[in-house]
Design a protein around this ligand. Structure first.
Ligand SMILES: Cc1cc2nc3c(=O)[nH]c(=O)nc-3n(C[C@H](O)[C@H](O)[C@H](O)COP(=O)(O)OP(=O)(O)OC[C@H]3O[C@@H](n4cnc5c(N)ncnc54)[C@H](O)[C@@H]3O)c2cc1C
Length: 476
């Protein structure tokens, strides 16, 4: 008698290797891979583009192995029972999610399938350690360094699973929807052409990226990871966000490298620590599910934020007059990604110099980042705004000019993304409004025409931000 089919739900884990749900399903018998699109999903546009491309890659990889990828729209509760019936499946497997809506939906599915007599199993696949397994005296960690030290000391991260060696296709395959009709690939205009120029999507591309990073960036990572003009960071974040590679795979790949060649150790440790920040963000989101909306420090509920649509627009459109900010916002717009150091600078400018609520910046990033990640995005915005766990204190206000001079000393990064400033010498590129008239003229720049004047005076804006912060601090 043939073994009944196991449905495997794919979500933010669009890979075949180290996919526990797929691996266990394939050991059991025929596998039916399914991807569900929620009608009411709140994903951003850049995320959708990447995810759609990634689903095409996954579909092709599965087809090579003789398996379909069934695409359907609707909530799991509404759609899955019918797929179970039509395919004759007797089990549904998935890798766990850690956000409130994802957890609620998966719990609901477990009860539903129990009633229907269908086995429902979930597996850990997207984090190094389950959030409920890493606590301090029963409470979640709120400070990163002890969190990470204890994680390294107490846990041995599981080895990644290989891709299943063989697959069996189900005998009954229900009809699939057509991805092209989901509208995830933009048309009229197709603004994704820029994204496609910057990225290769999919599981194979994720591994190429990791190997290229090992060849080109890793040896410089510890010192160089703050230099946006240099190719020293991994750019693995979108692959992690869509689950084309898992943190366990990266962890083990690099740890083995450091074991084989001790010289790698320092840079590997520095890199894995950043992967630790991803882990920390997800643990925070699990324990504080309101993280995307509510400040972790409640006194920030009373912060006198400003509503200033014109300033917000200048920030999103890369027209603040501060080159490092505008270069970052252009990089984001054109490539769907921004270097971490620059993310911190542009975020600080929005929440401190402009005093615009961090949720506005979070929403813009959510819509424009190809690596938009609910935990990393909200935890990082709260960190910059000073209202999160282990946050940079609000009174530490980044000076965009000094930051730029320190981390982009020759202005390479600014010139790459703001070609109109190409001919400004390094001495003036980060503060064109202070350049002598003759220098501006020689560089072909008329302030207010080719490039805007500063939207605010940083020193005045800093004073105003500190006064606002002092007000909520006094009330506390
Ligand atoms: C305001 C703001 C918003 C952000 N929004 C996101 C987001 O939506 N999605 C996202 O993945 N990251 C976000 N980050 C974190 C960080 O900027 C990116 O993860 C990083 O720039 C990705 O580049 P990389 O892969 O080259 O990083 P690398 O330096 O090569 O690091 C490797 C991996 O570690 C993780 N990582 C690195 N830095 C951080 C960090 N500070 N916090 C959490 N994880 C980190 C990422 O998964 C990254 O891919 C945000 C940071 C800020 C300041």
């Amino acid at each position: 008698m043939s073994q009944p089919t196991t449905i495997v739900l794919f979500r933010n884990d669009l890979r075949l290797a180290d996919h526990p749900a797929l691996w266990y399903a394939a050991q059991r018998g025929p596998v039916l891979p399914v991807y569900l699109r929620h009608a009411a999903d709140s994903y951003g546009s850049a995320w959708r583009w990447w995810h759609g491309e990634s689903l095409l890659k996954l579909q092709a990889a599965l087809a090579q192995r003789g398996l379909p990828l069934l695409l359907r729209s609707g909530t799991a509760k509404a759609v899955l029972p019918e797929i179970v019936r039509a395919s004759g499946a007797d089990a549904v497997y998935w890798n766990r999610r850690y956000d409130r809506d994802g957890i609620a939906e998966d719990q609901e599915l477990k009860s539903l399938f129990k009633e229907l007599g269908v086995e429902a199993r979930s597996f850990p696949g997207n984090l190094l350690v389950e959030p409920w397994e890493h606590l301090r005296e029963g409470q979640p960690y709120r400070v990163f360094t002890p969190f990470w030290k204890a994680m390294l000391a107490r846990h041995r991260f599981p080895q990644p699973l290989a891709e299943p060696e063989s697959y069996r296709a189900p005998t009954a395959i229900p009809a699939s929807e057509d991805l092209a009709r989901w509208g995830w690939h933009p048309h009229h205009p197709d603004w994704s052409i820029g994204l496609a120029r910057h990225w290769e999507v999919g599981e194979e591309a994720a591994w190429r990226r990791l190997r290229d990073f090992v060849d080109e960036g890793l040896a410089h990572y510890a010192e160089g990871r703050n230099l946006p003009g240099k190719p020293f960071v991994s750019r693995l974040s979108p692959y992690l966000a869509h689950g084309e590679i898992s943190p366990r795979q990266i962890w083990w790949h690099l740890s083995r490298l450091a074991e084989e060649q001790g010289a790698w150790r320092r840079n590997v440790d520095a890199f894995l620590r950043e992967l630790g920040w991803r882990e920390f963000s997800w643990h925070l989101l699990y324990h504080f599910p309101d993280l995307p909306r509510e400040p972790l420090r409640p006194e920030f509920q009373r912060f006198p934020w400003r509503q200033d649509p014109a300033a917000l627009r200048a920030w999103t459109r890369a027209r603040t007059g501060y080159p490092i900010i505008d270069a970052g916002m252009r990089e984001l717009w054109e490539s769907g990604w921004m270097h971490n150091r620059v993310r911190m600078i542009v975020a600080s400018f929005l929440v401190k110099d402009l005093r615009i609520p961090w949720q506005e910046g979070e929403a813009w990033f959510w819509d424009t980042l190809v690596d938009a990640d609910l935990a990393n995005n909200s935890a990082s915005w709260q960190w910059v705004a000073g209202c999160g766990a282990d946050a940079a204190p609000y009174f530490r206000v980044f000076n965009p000019v000094l930051q730029a001079q320190k981390f982009d000393p020759q202005g390479d990064y600014v010139r790459r993304w703001l070609p109109q400033l190409q001919r400004l010498p390094a001495d003036h590129i980060h503060a064109p409004w202070q350049a002598p008239a003759v220098v501006l003229e020689q560089a072909g720049i008329a302030l207010g025409k080719e490039y805007p004047r500063p939207l605010v005076d940083h020193h005045e804006a800093r004073e105003a931000a500190l006064a606002a912060w002092e007000a909520i601090r006094r009330e506390n």
